[in-house]
Design a protein around this ligand. Sequence first.
Ligand code: C5P
Length: 402
Amino acid sequence: MLKGKHIVLGISGGIAAYKSAYLLRLLIRKGAEVQVVITPNGKEFITPATLAALSGKPVVSEFFAANTGEWHSHVDLGLWADLMIVAPATASTIGKMANGIADNMLITTYLSAKEQVMVAPAMDLDMWSHPSTQRNVETLRRDGVIIVEPGSGELASGLSGKGRMEEPEKIVEAAEKFFAAQHTLKGKKILITAGPTYENIDPVRFIGNYSSGKMGFAIAEEFASRGADVTVVAGPVSLPLSHPSVKRIDVTSAKEMCCECVKLAPSADVVILAAAVADYAPEEVAGSKIKREETGDMVLRLVKNPDIAATLGASKLPGQMLVGFALETDHEYENACRKLQKKNLDWIVLNSLRDPEAGFMKDTNKITMVSACGETVAFEAKSKREVAADIADTIFRNVPEK
Ligand code: C5P
């Protein structure tokens, strides 16, 4: 997977920089061409001479060569790289990446990188858990960066906890996984619905639900970070969706969502229906605000909304994959299997409102995936981002090669 790949290895100033030499060797052994970019502080922890010898290339660090004044282009490397790995990424480097503070070659390379960037943080446990670091890490995630989570254990400070840079073998594994997924998903078109729908009663009132859009957006970001071409049709969701390559279409009602999906589905390889679509809408929408004084008690007549999943299931193209969600309160498995069949889905992602880790507005979810072929895969409770990765892994095992 790494053979012939151009990898920029960014090294910032942390004790874990000593592991970067080994990471570099592993990447070279796997056949990658590696160019090292080191921050001024990084050089305090590992010498450029070691890294140049291992990579077979001069190490890039300064904007200008000290002796000749020759200018090193700060964008060329970003364009050259198929993947940039920043390991170790200190709190400072993560903060600069998240906020575009381009005061060294590592950051300018990051800002001009056209392909995937991966970051392996390394710092003390308190620095890692600080809201500032967590905010910056989240910003990087939203910008499409893959985070190789630090492990727990003994830290350079003598303390013990989360913050150790992941082992080089694991970072190489993450890089291989990225290229493998990209191989399968590059150029694949993924259509995702997310969030609730609002069904207007009058110009100021609606029928809606508690869906936050977190799950659908996490799936969109996960697929986009694996190189897929992602379009999200989102109901009213206040979350930002900042992955640079995700296209977002905002809608309000189920009918609008259905219209967009019917237009887009024929060109999609995979359709994932994560939206909590309102099943019913008021038969009539009042043109002006309904006045309590004039109306008294009120009866709303509701009519059925289109079932987007069933509509797309009925017109599913050969080779197209359709994935639905089932949020159930009882007889979860049976209900999910029934929906899988009825809507002609290939996979259904089941979560139960009885699980404290699952449901609307939560940051975690606990899912079981059931396929039309009868395969059942159950997962532990995880963050919605990790759940998105599980869904992507499970589905793309089954996406036929183009
Ligand atoms: O039947 P139920 O609403 O539980 O089905 C859930 C699945 O169907 C979800 O994937 C949801 O996004 C989709 N759905 C839809 N259109 C509807 C209702 C549900 O696409 N009107």
